[in-house]
Each structure stands twice: as structure tokens, then as C-alpha cells.
Design a protein. Structure first.
Lengths: 382, 598
């Protein structure tokens, strides 16, 4: 990769130098004959060939890119609707490649083929309604197909049927951290508003709401495979975006309103790690990391941990200085493992009760601190 | 000045007796040609700053958190202690780069230069409808540039919530450092900028409608004028909406209103805001923001139409279809803004509507692209630097436009929204394309502006290195976007998942640095040629349009005698009934000559 880079840079510099020397030749030799700064036949010839060369460059670069960087892009979707998205994506890509391949050839080939010569006259060809009709109608038909497929898929993905049996989960965004709230046994989230934020209740859940009692707040989300997860997003401060690339899922988190997205995971984390493409990707990443580690250790720093794949929730809307490090791990379990995980969690009502009990104060250091700063801020306001 | 019209030729003589002082000639000039030059030079200075910023943050992305002395020199100890760029200033650089390039370079400098220069010259007018307002427009632009640049020196840093300045991030100084004084200056600068832009646009519209010379019907206007005219209309329709958004944001920031804010808990306290919605801001912003893309692009396409026709020695193919597609693009551009908001939390039904309208834009765009290609076919191509940039524009317009089919489709946007795929798409289709259009315009009309020629060989070097680097930067960027890499990340090192993308980032930065440094070739050529370039002849490109009938030395009122009358359309190149391969618009129709086009 780096060697290729060096080669490209060298080639570029060589082209540049060659061009520069040409300039000096021309400024000295041609100062009498060609000082108009308008392209001469010789210029047209050279530039025409360069146009042709540029066409080759675009093609070679594209093919090289497809082979080198193609494997880096997102692959096998981990959600049920993902196949639909990827299918539409692939169809669109095929169309794009066909149009791109044809138009770029025509454009650059014509620039080469019809490079000007003195005394030559161009064809006077001002308009042709048939041609105009062809290249309005064909794109229109193709686009109509894309639009219809796209709208069909979009409607399927975005309109969530409330009757459906889903697992309701809240994704809660704040600078620069994600928290999740699982709706618990009743599968209904308790009401919430930032004005209820207090102590361990960092999500502002209304603890007087009966639905809130079994809500579970976690910082690493587990979800079951094979069941639709109905996400409800909230933000407490600025815009964030809940981006889960492997699930082909994204939705902004907007302060003052609840946004929604739903999908059904179809691979557990363990299964997804075993996909051949993922094994290759991870080993590739680990090769890069161990190479980096060698350099780090030589400098006296700690080596990097080897990487294992996990689904991630990333923030994908600029949300502040540390936007670049706002992430949460999502684990897709088998339904049995999920049940087990769920049973191990302490629900919010219990956490609040414990935090309020005087004995627990020393134990729960961090939440108390948060409480303190809130209190200090309130006093400062006054 | 607004009284200047067609029949001004006779009383023109006495104008020569006015003695121009340095100030009235070069600074507070009301001559459209001088104002065009002022716009261009200011734009170039802003462009240097904007592009320079991109090189700095590209270095950070390729070699994250590494120490570079240049960072320390340029950014200072606060923002780059020991030469390591901080995350705050990274976001500032990204934000101000976007703002400068989109508004100051590609809107103001592109339209400001070429609309001002070409509208009076190509329609046959003595000057703009209101020369005074034109001057005010430039000076407001200059003032807004100064304010924007001054925000770079504020202690809490320049605005850094992205060029889209979505609240609440941009509204709350607690949320990010740049939302303090930096954002106040940003908003002030933009408000003035919008006033400047509106004055310019109104002037262009009035001039095109009222001051066309005899015989210059709307269907004999060069496509440049059509593009500038329609662009000005979109500007007048959409910029006031951004102004209103900016004003409401100022209210939220300073006077405690809640237009865009609700239920916010930040820095340990609940704020009083209730009932507003950031989504409203997004609607208002993109109601300008999307037409803005075409405000940037249409003038570039207009310039390209003119340059391609002249240098192909052929009529532009499908003149009427080109006009129709400009109008169609302009109309559609005002009803597609929601495609920036598919996943903003707005009702998904709106997503369906905006997908439909957005993908429709592909049709007039395809017409334009195919018409350009057909214009080249069987031409006698004079591959001047301006022509190369125009062909380059068509190439990047197609490449970048095609990926718009993905982003405009709500279903596909879910997963590529706000990734580097978007960055690659819009840089190619509007950034690079519009820059190419601007360069094409500069190479083509430099003789008209400065009476001298740009060196063509330096122009060739400039084009080829830029062309290779533009694809070198933005083609690989599509892949890292499709790998799910979000934009506006200061570094990706916190995600081992993205470790395998680092090589690509290094490659992109390498191309960016080479491409950026080679713009020096252009700068040298530009400033050197102003003073020492080859003296230009009156019509160096053998063009048909009216601006080449004016003398090389600029005079007030453009034509020494009467304004010429127009007898034909501007694209009679290689007309079989004539010996020369160009027939200027001022040449009367021969007896019995038929109009060969529709």
C-alpha cells in the first residue's frame, strides 16, 4: 500500500516535472512563433492524448480501487431489512457503473478524437429533439423503477407497526456517551423528561410512572436475535445520531422529542464473528495493530489490544469536541442468553432505592458526585 | 447610475472627462468590471484560507494526534500544543473550511465575479442596473469576509459546530467552545453576507430583464447569462430563509427564546428552554442549503456551456433543452431540501416525498451531461486550459452526480448518511465541479478582465495535477464512507474497527497535499500575468458573444460608441453558410440566410 503510494507520488511528480520542462522549452524556442497563449495544433495534440491518458487513469484507478478498497466496505447486513437495503444498493451501483463507464469514455474519447486542427471545420449540429427525448425518457424510466423500489423498501423499514411483538429499548444520548433503557417485563418505557434527572436517575425517568418501575438502564446493550427491536431515541443536550452500520440502521436523537427506528437482528455477535469475510477483516485489522504495536513497544508504550468484532452504536451527528469517541457496544444474544442477561440486571427503581438509602452512599461514588455537581450548579444559579 | 440604458451612447463622451481618483477607480468603484475583479481577488484570498485549512485537517486525519511543527506555527500553543492539533480546533477548521468554500468562494466569488463581469458585457449594457448597489454588495461581502476571518482569532475559538450550525450545539456555549463569541461572529458575518448576496442577485435579475441591447431576446442570451439569471432568482428565493433561521438562532442564543431548543440538560443543570425543535432549524437551513448547491453549480455550468461551445467551434447542443434544464433544476432545487433530513426524526412519509422529488433532478442533470458530450462530438476542439477545466467539470459532475442517486434515495441514505460517502459525493459534484467552472471562467475571461493572457502551459500543469488529485482524493473516500466511517471525527483511533481504513486516509491526504500545493502554480500564473502576461488581442478565443466586441482597455460604459445591435444567437460556430468558423452576434443575417437552430 505505502509502496503504491510512493509510486503514485513519483509518477505524479515525474509528470509535473516533464510538463514544467516543456514549459521552459516552449517559452524559449517558441517565443516568436507561439506567444498568443491560445492552444496551437501541437497543444491540441498533446492535450488530446493526455485526455485519453486520463481516461485510462480513471479506469485503472477505479478497478484498482474496487479490488483494494472494495473488501473494506460493509458487507453482509446483520438485520432482516438489511438485505433489502443492500439489494437496492447493488442494483443502483450496477446502473451507476454502467452510466459512468459509458459517459466517461464518450467524454474523454471525444476530447481526444476531435482535438482541433487548423483549417478543420466542426459539424454544425445544433439540436435534435429525438436525441433529447431519448436521454430524458430513459433516465426517467430507470429512475421511476429506482424510486418505486426505494419507496417500497423505505415504507417497510420506517413504518413501525405498534401491534407487532417487539422488544422496546430506549437509546439515550448525551455528550459523549450512550445509555440504553430496556423496557422490562411490561415492555413499556416509563415516561421521562430531563427535568426528572437526579442522582442515579441520569436518564430523567419519571419514577412515579408505573411503567417505569421495571425499566433497566444499561451501558452495554444486549438484544435478542430473531425478534424486532423497537428503538426509541432521546437526547438530553444536543443533536446526536444513533448509527448502527452493521444493522443498516440510523436515526437522529433530538432533544425535546422521541425518534424511532426498528429492526430485527439476524446474526448473534458470535455468529457474525464467524462469517468468512469478518474473519478476514479482523485478521487484517489485527495484522495492522500488531505492526503498530511493535513500533509502540519500541517507543516504550503499551502494545495495542488485539481486536475482536463487536456491533457498535456510534454517534454520527457532530455533537461536540469528543464526538469522535461516542460509542456503545451492542451484543446480539440468542434468545436464551438474552433472557439470562436480562435476569442479571438490576432495574432502575431498585438502583434509585439503593442510592437513596444512607448506607449505600459510600458504595455508589460516581452517581453521588453527579448529584453534587447538579446541586452545586443549582446553587450557583441562585 | 441606474438611469443608464440603451440610448446612452451619445452622452457617453462627457464621462471621459471625469477624472478617476485611486479611490473611485480601485476601491469604491461602481464599474461592474472593477467590482468583478474585486470579488475575484477577495475570493482567491478566501480560497487560499479555506483550502489551506483542509490541508491541515487532512494531515490530522492521516496521521492522527501526531506532532507537526506547522500546526504549532499556524494554530498557536493553545490549539496545537507541541504541534498536536486539538479536537476543538479540528472541528473549527472543518467548520470554517466548509463555510468559506461554500459561501465565500463558490457563492460570492464565483457569482460575484462572473455575473458582474459578464451580465452587462454579454447582454450589451453599459453597466449594472444599479452600480451603487453593486458597490455596496461587494463591500458588504468584504465586511462579512473580514468578520468571518476575525472569528479565527477569538480566544474561545471560531465556530465549530459544522458549517450547518445545527442547534442546540451552535446555540449553547456550554456544549462546545466555538459556540461562544465564535458563533456570534459567524452569525453576524453570514447575516451581512446574505444582505450582500441579495443586493447582488436583485441587481442581476433587474439588469438581465431590463438592460438587454436591441435584438438580444431572451432566447438569444448566452447560456452563461441564463445560468446567472436563474441562479440569482434561486438566491433571492432561498437566502432570506437562511437569514430568518440565523435571526431566530440569535434570539435563542441571546434573548432566551425557544425556537429551536427544548428539554435540555447540560453541564449539570436543566435549561429553561421548552417547546422548540432543532428539526425546524434543519428545515429552514436546508431550504436555503439545498438550493445553495445549485447557486454554486449553475453558474459553473453556465460558464462551461459557453467555454465548451466556443472551444468546440460548435453550437452548444440543444440550446433550448439547456435552458429548460436550468429552469427545471432551479425549480426542483427548492422542493428537495428534505433529503438532507431523511433520518432527522421527521415523519417518514415526508422522506418518501423528498426521495421522489430528489431523484427527479437526475433527469435535467442527465440532459445537461449528454448535451455537453454531444457538443464535443465532431467538434474542432481547441484544448485551451479553460476547455480542459470545462471537460473536467463534466467528468466530475457525472461522477459526483451519479452517487447522488444513492444519497437521494431515503432507503440507501439510512446507512451512508453523514459518512465520508457524503463528503466524497458533494465535494465532487459541487465542490470540485464548481471550482473547475470557476477556473474555466478565469482562464477564459482573464483577457477580458486584465487585458492580458494567462500562460497556457502553466494552465495545463495546473489542470492535470488538479484533475488527478481531485479523483485521487475523492474516489477512495467513497469506500471509507461505505465502510461506515462517520465524517467530522477528529480521529478514528478509538475504533479498531476502522484501523484498516487508515492507509486509505494517508493516500487521500497525500493527494490532497499535492493538489493543494500545485494551486501555487495557478496563483503564480494569475498574479504574474496580471502585470507581465502576454498582451491580449480583442477576441483571443474567436468567440461570438458581445463581451469580445468591447475594447481590451476597460472603459466606463463598455463600448466607446453605440451599443452594438444583436442579430443572431450566440452559438453560430462553424455555420456552414459562413467562411469563418465563428459568426459574432453582431453580424447581421445575410440576405436569405436561414436560422439553422430551434
Amino acid at each position: 500500500m505505502t509502496s503504491l503510494l510512493v509510486i503514485i507520488v513519483l509518477v505524479l511528480l515525474a509528470v509535473a516535472l516533464w510538463q514544467l520542462t516543456k514549459i521552459f522549452d516552449l517559452t524559449q524556442v517558441g517565443s516568436d512563433t507561439d506567444s498568443s497563449q491560445v492552444a496551437s495544433d501541437n497543444d491540441n495534440n498533446i492535450q488530446g492524448y493526455l485526455m485519453f491518458g486520463f481516461l485510462a487513469f480513471i479506469y485503472i484507478f477505479s478497478i484498482y480501487g474496487l479490488f483494494t478498497w472494495g473488501p473494506l466496505v460493509l458487507h453482509t447486513p446483520a438485520s432482516a431489512h438489511g438485505a433489502q437495503v443492500d439489494n437496492l444498493m447493488n442494483i443502483t451501483w450496477i446502473l451507476i457503473f454502467i452510466v459512468q463507464a459509458i459517459t466517461q469514455v464518450l467524454l474523454h474519447y471525444f476530447a481526444f478524437k476531435y482535438r482541433g486542427k487548423k483549417g478543420q471545420k466542426a459539424l454544425y449540429f445544433a439540436d435534435n429533439n429525438k436525441l433529447e427525448a431519448i436521454w430524458s425518457v430513459i433516465p426517467a424510466i430507470v429512475l421511476a423503477g429506482l424510486i418505486l423500489y426505494g419507496l417500497y423498501a423505505w415504507t417497510n423499514i420506517m413504518f413501525i407497526d405498534d401491534e407487532e411483538d417487539t422488544v422496546v429499548v430506549e437509546l439515550y444520548a448525551q455528550q459523549f456517551k450512550w445509555t440504553a433503557r430496556v423496557a422490562g417485563e411490561d415492555n413499556v418505557l416509563g415516561k421521562a423528561n430531563v427535568r426528572y434527572i437526579e442522582g442515579v436517575n441520569t436518564l430523567g425517568v419519571d419514577m412515579a410512572d408505573a411503567y417505569a418501575q421495571d425499566d433497566i438502564v444499561v451501558s452495554e446493550l444486549h438484544i435478542p436475535k430473531g425478534k424486532k427491536i423497537h428503538f426509541k431515541m432521546r437526547s438530553q443536550d444536543v443533536l446526536h445520531s444513533a448509527y448502527m452500520p452493521y444493522f443498516r440502521a440510523q436515526m437522529n436523537c433530538v432533544p425535546g422529542m422521541v425518534t424511532e427506528f426498528a429492526f430485527e437482528p439476524i446474526y448473534t455477535t458470535a455468529e457474525y464473528r464467524e462469517l468468512p469475510y469478518m474473519i478476514e477483516k479482523v485478521s487484517n485489522i489485527n495484522a495492522i495493530r500488531s505492526k503498530k504495536s511493535v513500533a509502540l513497544v519500541a517507543k516504550g508504550d503499551a502494545a495495542l489490544d488485539p481486536y475482536a468484532f463487536d456491533y457498535l452504536l456510534l454517534c454520527n451527528k457532530i455533537c461536540g469536541a469528543s464526538h469522535y469517541n461516542m460509542q456503545m457496544k451492542i451484543v446480539v444474544d440468542t434468545p436464551e442468553d438474552y433472557k439470562k442477561w436480562l435476569s442479571e440486571q438490576v432495574n432502575l427503581a431498585q438502583q434509585v432505592k439503593e442510592a437513596n438509602a444512607p448506607a449505600a452512599v459510600e458504595g455508589a461514588d460516581a452517581p453521588v458526585k453527579a448529584n453534587d455537581t447538579a446541586a452545586v450548579a443549582k446553587i450557583a444559579m441562585k | 447610475m441606474s438611469a443608464e440604458g440603451h440610448d446612452h451612447g451619445h452622452d457617453h463622451e462627457h464621462e471621459h472627462h471625469h477624472k478617476d481618483t485611486f479611490i473611485t477607480k480601485y476601491i469604491f468603484s461602481i464599474d461592474h468590471k472593477m467590482i468583478a475583479k474585486q470579488y475575484l481577488i477577495t475570493g482567491i484570498v478566501m480560497g487560499i484560507i479555506g483550502v489551506g485549512m483542509s490541508m491541515l485537517f487532512r494531515m490530522q486525519l492521516a496521521w492522527p494526534e501526531e506532532s507537526f511543527r506547522i500546526f504549532n506555527i499556524l494554530l498557536g500553543d493553545k490549539w496545537a500544543p507541541n504541534g498536536v492539533m486539538t479536537n476543538d480546533i479540528y472541528l473549527s477548521l472543518v467548520t470554517i473550511h466548509g463555510t468559506i468554500m461554500v459561501f465565500f468562494v463558490l457563492t460570492a466569488a464565483l457569482s460575484g465575479t462572473f455575473s458582474n463581469l459578464l451580465i452587462p458585457l454579454q447582454i450589451g449594457a453599459r453597466d449594472m442596473a444599479s452600480g451603487f448597489m453593486n458597490m455596496i454588495s461587494y463591500w458588504l461581502f468584504f465586511l462579512s469576509s473580514v468578520i468571518m476571518i476575525s472569528s479565527l482569532f477569538v480566544e474561545s475559538g471560531p465556530a465549530n459546530s459544522g458549517w450547518t450550525i445545527y442547534p442546540p450545539l451552535s446555540a449553547l456555549p456550554q456544549a462546545i467552545s466555538g459556540s461562544g463569541l465564535g458563533m456570534t461572529l459567524w452569525l453576524t458575518s453570514m447575516a451581512i453576507f446574505i444582505a450582500s448576496s441579495l443586493m447582488g442577485s436583485l441587481n442581476y435579475i433587474v439588469t438581465v430583464i431590463n438592460l438587454r441591447t436591441k435584438g438580444m431576446s431572451m432566447t438569444r442570451l448566452p447560456l452563461t447569462i441564463w445560468a446567472f439569471f436563474v441562479t440569482a432568482i434561486i438566491g433571492v428565493v432561498s437566502f432570506p430563509v437562511l437569514l430568518s433561521a440565523a435571526l431566530l438562532l440569535i434570539f435563542d442564543r441571546s434573548f432566551g427564546t425557544s425556537f429551536f431548543l427544548s428539554d435540555i440538560y447540560i453541564a449539570g443543570e436543566v435549561l429553561h428552554y421548552q417547546g422548540g425543535s432543532p428539526v425546524l432549524f434543519e428545515h429552514l437551513f436546508w431550504f436555503l442549503g439545498h438550493p445553495e448547491v445549485y447557486i454554486v453549480l449553475l453558474p459553473a455550468l453556465g460558464i462551461t456551456s459557453e467555454v465548451i461551445a466556443t472551444n468546440s467551434r460548435k453550437p452548444i447542443f440543444g440550446y433550448r433543452a439547456m435552458i429548460m434544464s436550468i429552469i427545471a433544476i432551479a425549480f426542483l432545487s427548492t422542493i428537495v431540501w428534505g433529503h438532507h433530513m431523511f433520518i432527522s426524526g421527521m415523519n417518514p412519509f415526508l422522506g418518501s416525498v423528498f426521495t421522489f422529488t430528489t431523484l427527479l433532478i437526475a433527469i435535467p442533470s442527465a440532459v445537461k451531461a449528454f448535451n455537453y458530450i454531444t457538443t464535443l462530438w465532431k467538434g474542432n476542439l481547441q484544448l485551451n486550459p479553460a476547455m480542459l477545466f470545462s471537460i473536467g467539470l463534466v467528468s466530475t459532475f457525472i461522477t459526483g452526480g451519479l452517487t447522488g442517486i444513492i444519497l437521494g434515495d431515503s432507503t440507501l441514505d439510512i446507512n451512508v448518511h453523514d459518512t465520508y460517502f457524503v463528503v466524497a459525493h458533494f465535494h465532487l459534484v459541487m465542490g470540485i465541479s464548481a471550482l473547475y467552472g470557476m477556473f474555466a471562467g478565469i482562464y477564459h475571461w482573464f483577457p477580458k478582465m486584465f487585458g492580458r493572457m494567462l500562460n497556457k502551459n502553466l494552465g495545463y500543469v495546473h489542470f492535470w495535477v488538479t484533475a488527478v488529485c481531485a479523483y485521487g482524493v475523492f474516489f477512495p473516500m467513497h469506500f471509507i464512507g461505505l465502510a461506515g466511517l462517520p465524517r467530522r471525527y477528529y480521529t478514528n483511533t478509538n475504533f479498531p474497527l476502522f484501523d484498516d481504513l487508515q492507509n486509505v486516509n494517508v493516500l487521500i491526504t497525500t493527494f490532497a497535499l499535492i493538489g493543494g500545493v500545485f494551486q501555487l502554480v495557478f496563483l503564480y500564473n494569475f498574479f504574474h500575468s496580471i502585470f507581465y502576461g502576454q498582451k491580449a488581442v480583442q477576441n483571443p478565443w474567436k468567440s461570438n458573444t458581445l463581451e469580445w466586441t468591447t475594447p481590451v482597455e476597460h472603459i466606463h460604459g463598455n463600448w466607446p460608441g453605440e451599443i452594438p445591435e444583436v442579430h443572431r444567437w450566440p452559438y453560430d460556430y462553424s455555420n456552414p453558410g459562413h467562411d469563418e468558423d465563428f459568426v459574432p452576434q453582431t453580424v447581421p443575417m445575410k440576405p436569405g440566410e436561414e436560422v439553422l437552430h430551434h
